[in-house]
Design a protein around this ligand. Structure first.
Ligand SMILES: [Zn+2]
Length: 455
C-alpha cells in the first residue's frame, strides 16, 4: 500500500519541506501545527487542480450586452482569490466583444463560481471574519482568523467586510420597512404549534453608546447617544420533576436602532408581525416607566397586548415618593414602603393609591414633597392597568423587564462599550446590524448572495 507521506514525497519540493517539518517537529502541539500547514497547502493544491480542470471545459460564450455579437475568447488569464485555505491561483478563459464594445473582460467560469468581477476575497473567508467581528474587536478578529486558518488578514480588511455586509443588512431592512409602509406585511416566521401557543413577550429599553462627535475623525469630546433596543420572545413555562414552575424565553429576536422612538416603532412592528403578534394567543408588553416606550405601547400594542409596568421600577418610584413624604430615614417611612410594596405585589394597588391621596390632603406637607407625591400618584394612576401584579403572577407572566436589560447587555454593552471605544455612526450601524442578524438567526443569509451566481 502506498503511504500518503510517500506520495507527498514524490511531489514538488514545497510540499516536501512542509512534510519534513511535520516529521521533525518534537512535541505533539508542534506536529499538529506543522501538519495543519501541510493540510492547507494540500487543500490549496486540490482546489487549484479542480479549478484548472473546470477551466478546460468548453465555454458557452454569452452575447455582448451592447451590440449582441457573441463574445470571442481572448485566451487564458490568471485569477487569484484569498480564501479560508489561503490564496488560490488559477487561469481561466476570458472573452471580449469582437466589435470592441467597452464591456471589459467577461469570465464565464468566475460567474459559475459565484465570483464578482473584482472580488478578491471569497465568501467563506468574509463570513468567518465577520462572525469573529460580531464578538471581538476587529484587531482580535484578524488575529484569531490568522491563528485558526493561517490566512493573513488585516484588521482594516475585517472592518471593510463588516461595513459591506452590514450595509447589505441595512438595505434589506430598509426594503422591508418600505413594503410595510405600503401596507405589505411580512411573512410570519414558521413555528410549531407548541411554540405558537406560548405567550409572546415584547419589551423595550434604551442604552447609551459613546460616539465620536464627527464621523471619520477621532478628535473632539465623546458624544453619548441612545440606542433603542426591543426584545421579542416566546415564554415557555413548564414544571420540573421537583414540581417547580419555571419559565424561560425561546426564539428571542432583537430589534435595535440608533434613533428615537419613531425610528424604533416601524422596526419593532415589522418584527412583531413576523413573530406572530397578529395570531398569538397572548401578547405581553413589559417595560419600565420611560414615557416614550409607553407611548409606543398605546399607539401600536395596546389592542393586542397586556401591558405590565416593570415591578422593580414601580417600587423605585414608590420609594422616591415615600422618602419625600415621610423622610426616608424614619422607621415610619420604611414601614409604609414595605406595606405599600407588599400590597402592590398582592393585588391591592387601590389601597396604596388611597393612602397617597390621603397624604396629599394633609396640611403642612412641604411643596416639593407634595409635588413628588403627586407625581407618584399620577404615575400609578396612569399605569393602573399595568400594575395588577397579583393577576399577572396568576397568569404565569413575568413582572420584571430583566430580559430586556440582559438583551441590551449582550447586544450593546458587550461589544460597543469596551475600554476606549468610540464609534462613528456608519461603523456602529453596520456592526449593530451584523450582531442583530447573528442573534436573530439570519447571519448566514447575508452571505448567500455571494454563493449564488444568479444574484
Ligand atoms: Zn459588442
Amino acid at each position: 500500500m502506498l503511504c500518503l507521506t510517500d506520495s507527498i514525497r514524490q511531489s514538488d519540493s514545497s510540499l516536501q519541506t512542509l512534510l519534513v517539518a511535520v516529521e521533525e517537529a518534537p512535541t505533539l502541539a508542534t506536529i499538529i501545527l506543522a501538519a495543519w500547514r501541510l493540510a492547507r497547502a494540500l487543500a490549496v493544491r486540490i482546489v487549484e487542480e479542480v479549478l484548472a480542470k473546470r477551466a478546460q471545459h468548453p465555454t458557452q460564450w454569452p452575447c455582448c450586452p451592447q451590440c449582441g455579437a457573441r463574445l470571442h475568447s481572448k485566451g487564458f488569464i490568471p485569477r487569484q482569490v484569498d480564501t479560508l485555505l489561503g490564496c488560490i491561483h488559477w487561469r481561466r478563459r476570458v472573452g471580449r466583444c469582437p466589435n470592441g464594445c467597452k464591456i471589459g473582460q467577461v469570465a464565464p467560469l468566475d460567474e459559475d463560481l459565484g465570483l464578482q468581477p473584482h472580488q478578491r476575497t471569497s465568501g467563506e473567508l468574509k463570513l468567518a471574519a465577520c462572525a469573529l467581528a460580531v464578538f471581538v474587536p476587529f484587531e482580535t478578529a484578524a488575529t484569531l482568523l490568522r491563528l485558526l486558518s493561517g490566512v493573513q488578514t488585516s484588521p482594516g480588511a475585517v472592518w471593510l467586510w463588516v461595513q459591506e455586509v452590514g450595509q447589505r443588512a441595512m438595505e434589506w431592512l430598509q426594503r422591508e420597512l418600505e413594503n410595510l409602509a405600503k401596507g405589505q406585511l411580512p411573512d410570519e416566521e414558521p413555528m410549531d404549534e407548541r411554540m405558537a401557543a406560548q405567550p409572546l413577550l415584547v419589551g423595550a429599553d434604551g442604552v447609551m453608546v459613546p460616539f465620536r462627535p464627527e464621523d471619520g475623525t477621532p478628535k473632539g469630546k465623546t458624544v453619548w447617544r441612545e440606542i433603542k433596543v426591543a426584545v421579542l420572545a416566546r415564554l415557555r413555562r413548564h414544571t420540573t420533576h421537583t414540581g417547580q414552575e419555571v419559565s424561560r424565553l425561546e426564539r428571542r429576536r432583537l430589534v435595535a436602532v440608533l434613533g428615537d422612538i419613531d425610528a424604533l416603532s416601524p422596526r419593532l412592528w415589522l418584527e412583531a408581525v413576523r413573530q406572530g403578534i397578529l395570531s398569538a394567543q397572548q401578547v405581553v408588553w413589559l417595560s419600565d416607566g420611560a414615557r416614550g416606550f409607553w407611548r409606543l405601547f398605546f399607539v401600536c400594542f395596546a389592542q393586542y397586548a397586556i401591558g405590565i409596568l416593570d415591578f422593580y421600577h414601580t417600587t423605585q418610584n414608590l420609594w422616591k415618593g415615600t422618602a419625600a413624604w415621610l423622610d426616608g430615614r424614619t422607621k415610619r417611612a420604611r414601614q409604609w414602603f414595605a406595606s405599600a410594596r407588599h400590597r402592590l405585589r398582592h393585588g391591592e394597588p387601590d389601597s396604596v393609591l388611597a393612602d397617597i391621596a390621603q397624604a396629599l390632603e394633609l396640611d403642612g406637607l412641604p411643596d416639593s414633597a407634595r409635588e413628588t407625591l403627586a407625581n407618584l400618584y399620577a404615575y400609578l394612576e396612569k399605569h393602573r392597568d399595568h400594575i395588577n401584579y397579583e393577576k399577572f403572577k396568576e397568569l404565569g407572566l413575568p413582572i420584571g423587564s430583566g430580559f430586556v436589560e440582559s438583551a441590551c447587555k449582550w447586544l450593546i454593552q458587550q461589544r460597543f462599550k469596551g475600554v476606549g471605544m468610540r464609534w462613528g455612526e456608519n461603523g456602529f450601524n453596520h456592526l449593530l446590524h451584523l450582531r442583530l442578524a447573528w442573534v436573530n438567526g439570519s447571519f448566514d443569509s447575508l452571505f448567500q448572495v455571494e454563493a449564488s451566481p444568479n444574484l
